[in-house]
Design a protein. Structure first.
Lengths: 112, 114
Protein backbone atom coordinates (compact mmCIF):
# COMPACT_ATOMS: atom_id res chain seq x y z
CA UNK A 1 0.00 0.00 0.00
CA UNK A 2 1.19 3.50 -0.72
CA UNK A 3 1.23 6.28 1.86
CA UNK A 4 2.43 9.84 2.28
CA UNK A 5 3.64 11.68 5.39
CA UNK A 6 3.83 15.42 5.77
CA UNK A 7 5.53 16.31 9.02
CA UNK A 8 4.79 20.01 9.19
CA UNK A 9 1.13 20.70 9.88
CA UNK A 10 1.30 24.45 10.27
CA UNK A 11 4.16 26.72 9.23
CA UNK A 12 4.35 30.46 9.83
CA UNK A 13 6.94 32.52 7.96
CA UNK A 14 7.67 36.16 7.34
CA UNK A 15 7.76 37.43 3.78
CA UNK A 16 11.10 36.80 2.04
CA UNK A 17 11.92 33.84 4.29
CA UNK A 18 12.88 30.55 2.68
CA UNK A 19 10.48 27.63 2.71
CA UNK A 20 10.98 23.91 2.88
CA UNK A 21 8.07 21.53 3.44
CA UNK A 22 8.81 17.89 4.11
CA UNK A 23 7.18 14.96 2.35
CA UNK A 24 8.02 11.27 2.69
CA UNK A 25 6.28 8.47 0.89
CA UNK A 26 6.20 4.71 0.96
CA UNK A 27 5.60 2.52 -2.07
CA UNK A 28 7.45 -0.50 -3.37
CA UNK A 29 7.46 0.33 -7.07
CA UNK A 30 7.86 3.22 -9.45
CA UNK A 31 6.05 6.30 -8.25
CA UNK A 32 4.89 9.60 -9.58
CA UNK A 33 5.04 12.45 -7.07
CA UNK A 34 3.09 15.68 -6.87
CA UNK A 35 2.63 18.82 -4.86
CA UNK A 36 -0.78 20.46 -4.91
CA UNK A 37 -1.77 23.83 -3.48
CA UNK A 38 -5.14 24.98 -2.22
CA UNK A 39 -5.55 28.73 -1.78
CA UNK A 40 -8.28 29.87 0.61
CA UNK A 41 -11.70 29.21 -0.90
CA UNK A 42 -10.30 27.65 -4.05
CA UNK A 43 -9.97 24.15 -5.38
CA UNK A 44 -6.78 22.10 -5.53
CA UNK A 45 -4.23 23.06 -8.17
CA UNK A 46 -1.13 21.24 -9.33
CA UNK A 47 2.07 23.00 -8.26
CA UNK A 48 4.60 20.57 -9.72
CA UNK A 49 5.11 16.91 -10.54
CA UNK A 50 7.87 14.34 -10.88
CA UNK A 51 7.70 11.31 -13.19
CA UNK A 52 11.29 10.55 -14.16
CA UNK A 53 14.58 12.18 -15.14
CA UNK A 54 16.05 15.17 -13.33
CA UNK A 55 15.18 14.77 -9.64
CA UNK A 56 15.01 18.54 -9.20
CA UNK A 57 11.63 19.66 -10.48
CA UNK A 58 10.59 23.24 -11.04
CA UNK A 59 6.97 24.24 -10.77
CA UNK A 60 4.85 27.34 -10.97
CA UNK A 61 5.30 30.52 -8.89
CA UNK A 62 8.97 29.82 -8.12
CA UNK A 63 8.44 26.53 -6.30
CA UNK A 64 10.71 23.54 -6.75
CA UNK A 65 10.96 20.06 -5.27
CA UNK A 66 13.72 17.49 -5.06
CA UNK A 67 13.12 13.76 -5.35
CA UNK A 68 15.60 11.80 -3.22
CA UNK A 69 14.92 8.14 -3.91
CA UNK A 70 17.18 6.82 -1.13
CA UNK A 71 15.26 8.85 1.43
CA UNK A 72 11.79 8.33 -0.11
CA UNK A 73 11.41 12.10 0.07
CA UNK A 74 10.02 14.83 -2.16
CA UNK A 75 10.45 18.09 -0.27
CA UNK A 76 9.01 21.35 -1.54
CA UNK A 77 11.13 24.51 -1.51
CA UNK A 78 10.90 28.18 -2.33
CA UNK A 79 13.79 30.61 -1.74
CA UNK A 80 11.63 33.61 -0.82
CA UNK A 81 7.95 33.37 0.10
CA UNK A 82 5.32 36.03 -0.48
CA UNK A 83 2.11 36.81 1.36
CA UNK A 84 0.22 35.38 -1.64
CA UNK A 85 1.77 31.96 -0.94
CA UNK A 86 -0.48 31.61 2.11
CA UNK A 87 -2.30 28.35 1.36
CA UNK A 88 -2.48 24.68 2.22
CA UNK A 89 0.02 22.42 0.48
CA UNK A 90 -0.50 18.72 -0.18
CA UNK A 91 2.06 16.15 -1.21
CA UNK A 92 0.71 13.18 -3.21
CA UNK A 93 1.97 9.91 -4.63
CA UNK A 94 0.64 7.82 -7.48
CA UNK A 95 1.59 4.16 -7.79
CA UNK A 96 -0.37 1.05 -8.72
CA UNK A 97 -3.58 1.61 -10.74
CA UNK A 98 -2.48 5.22 -10.66
CA UNK A 99 -4.37 5.63 -7.42
CA UNK A 100 -3.43 9.02 -5.98
CA UNK A 101 -2.80 9.15 -2.23
CA UNK A 102 -2.45 12.47 -0.42
CA UNK A 103 -0.71 13.58 2.73
CA UNK A 104 -2.51 15.38 5.53
CA UNK A 105 -1.45 18.79 4.25
CA UNK A 106 0.63 21.69 5.56
CA UNK A 107 -0.94 25.07 6.20
CA UNK A 108 1.46 27.86 5.34
CA UNK A 109 0.83 31.31 6.74
CA UNK A 110 3.04 34.12 5.43
CA UNK A 111 3.13 37.26 7.53
CA UNK A 112 3.70 40.53 5.63
CA UNK B 1 -9.79 23.43 -21.01
CA UNK B 2 -10.05 20.28 -18.99
CA UNK B 3 -12.92 20.06 -16.61
CA UNK B 4 -14.23 18.04 -13.71
CA UNK B 5 -17.66 19.19 -12.64
CA UNK B 6 -19.45 18.37 -9.42
CA UNK B 7 -23.19 18.86 -9.47
CA UNK B 8 -23.49 20.91 -6.28
CA UNK B 9 -21.24 23.31 -4.36
CA UNK B 10 -23.28 23.14 -1.16
CA UNK B 11 -25.76 20.56 0.14
CA UNK B 12 -27.68 20.31 3.39
CA UNK B 13 -29.30 16.96 4.14
CA UNK B 14 -31.04 15.38 7.09
CA UNK B 15 -29.78 12.39 9.02
CA UNK B 16 -30.98 9.18 7.40
CA UNK B 17 -31.50 10.65 3.94
CA UNK B 18 -30.03 9.01 0.85
CA UNK B 19 -27.61 11.43 -0.77
CA UNK B 20 -26.22 11.40 -4.30
CA UNK B 21 -23.11 13.37 -5.26
CA UNK B 22 -22.47 13.53 -8.99
CA UNK B 23 -19.23 14.10 -10.85
CA UNK B 24 -18.66 14.44 -14.59
CA UNK B 25 -15.37 14.80 -16.46
CA UNK B 26 -14.91 15.72 -20.10
CA UNK B 27 -11.32 14.49 -20.58
CA UNK B 28 -12.05 10.85 -21.47
CA UNK B 29 -10.13 9.81 -18.33
CA UNK B 30 -10.22 6.19 -17.30
CA UNK B 31 -9.77 6.70 -13.56
CA UNK B 32 -12.08 8.59 -11.26
CA UNK B 33 -11.86 9.15 -7.52
CA UNK B 34 -13.92 10.38 -4.59
CA UNK B 35 -12.14 11.94 -1.62
CA UNK B 36 -13.31 13.66 1.49
CA UNK B 37 -11.32 16.55 2.90
CA UNK B 38 -11.39 17.30 6.61
CA UNK B 39 -9.23 19.76 8.58
CA UNK B 40 -6.03 18.13 9.78
CA UNK B 41 -6.75 14.88 7.93
CA UNK B 42 -5.98 15.94 4.38
CA UNK B 43 -7.71 14.14 1.53
CA UNK B 44 -8.82 10.61 2.27
CA UNK B 45 -9.80 8.27 -0.54
CA UNK B 46 -13.32 6.86 -0.29
CA UNK B 47 -13.64 4.92 -3.56
CA UNK B 48 -12.08 4.91 -6.97
CA UNK B 49 -12.92 3.46 -10.34
CA UNK B 50 -10.51 2.54 -13.11
CA UNK B 51 -13.13 1.58 -15.68
CA UNK B 52 -16.84 1.63 -16.33
CA UNK B 53 -18.71 -0.56 -13.82
CA UNK B 54 -15.45 -1.19 -11.94
CA UNK B 55 -14.86 0.11 -8.43
CA UNK B 56 -12.32 -0.30 -5.69
CA UNK B 57 -12.57 0.62 -2.03
CA UNK B 58 -10.30 3.35 -0.84
CA UNK B 59 -9.21 3.98 2.72
CA UNK B 60 -12.58 4.96 4.21
CA UNK B 61 -15.40 3.29 2.24
CA UNK B 62 -17.73 2.60 5.18
CA UNK B 63 -21.11 4.27 4.78
CA UNK B 64 -20.56 5.02 1.10
CA UNK B 65 -21.14 3.35 -2.24
CA UNK B 66 -20.40 4.41 -5.81
CA UNK B 67 -21.69 3.95 -9.30
CA UNK B 68 -19.94 4.27 -12.65
CA UNK B 69 -22.31 3.40 -15.47
CA UNK B 70 -20.63 5.69 -18.01
CA UNK B 71 -16.99 6.59 -18.43
CA UNK B 72 -17.50 10.28 -17.83
CA UNK B 73 -19.69 10.02 -14.72
CA UNK B 74 -18.87 8.81 -11.21
CA UNK B 75 -21.47 9.03 -8.47
CA UNK B 76 -20.98 8.84 -4.72
CA UNK B 77 -23.91 7.59 -2.68
CA UNK B 78 -24.50 7.98 1.02
CA UNK B 79 -27.12 5.31 1.72
CA UNK B 80 -28.18 6.81 5.04
CA UNK B 81 -26.48 10.11 5.80
CA UNK B 82 -25.05 10.65 9.27
CA UNK B 83 -23.64 13.76 10.93
CA UNK B 84 -20.09 12.36 10.80
CA UNK B 85 -20.33 12.48 7.01
CA UNK B 86 -20.45 16.26 7.12
CA UNK B 87 -17.41 17.17 5.04
CA UNK B 88 -16.02 18.57 1.81
CA UNK B 89 -16.21 15.97 -0.97
CA UNK B 90 -13.82 16.15 -3.89
CA UNK B 91 -14.01 14.30 -7.17
CA UNK B 92 -10.92 13.79 -9.31
CA UNK B 93 -9.92 12.04 -12.50
CA UNK B 94 -6.69 10.80 -14.06
CA UNK B 95 -5.69 9.07 -17.25
CA UNK B 96 -3.61 5.95 -17.83
CA UNK B 97 -2.47 7.22 -21.22
CA UNK B 98 1.23 8.03 -21.07
CA UNK B 99 2.78 8.74 -17.71
CA UNK B 100 1.03 11.93 -16.80
CA UNK B 101 -1.18 10.77 -13.98
CA UNK B 102 -1.79 14.10 -12.33
CA UNK B 103 -5.24 14.38 -10.84
CA UNK B 104 -7.71 17.00 -12.02
CA UNK B 105 -10.18 18.08 -9.36
CA UNK B 106 -13.69 19.36 -9.26
CA UNK B 107 -14.56 22.40 -7.18
CA UNK B 108 -15.84 20.30 -4.31
CA UNK B 109 -19.21 19.74 -2.65
CA UNK B 110 -19.59 20.90 0.94
CA UNK B 111 -22.10 18.54 2.51
CA UNK B 112 -23.71 19.30 5.85
CA UNK B 113 -25.79 16.59 7.51
CA UNK B 114 -28.12 17.87 10.21
Amino acid sequence: AQSVSQHNHHVILSEAASLELGCNYSYGGTVNLFWYVQYPGQHLQLLLKYFSGDPLVKGIKGFEAEFIKSKFSFNLRKPSVQWSDTAEYFCAVSGGYQKVTFGTGTKLQVIP
Amino acid sequence: DVKVTQSSRYLVKRTGEKVFLECVQDMDHENMFWYRQDPGLGLRLIYFSYDVKMKEKGDIPEGYSVSREKKERFSLILESASTNQTSMYLCASTTRKGQHTEAFFGQGTRLTVV
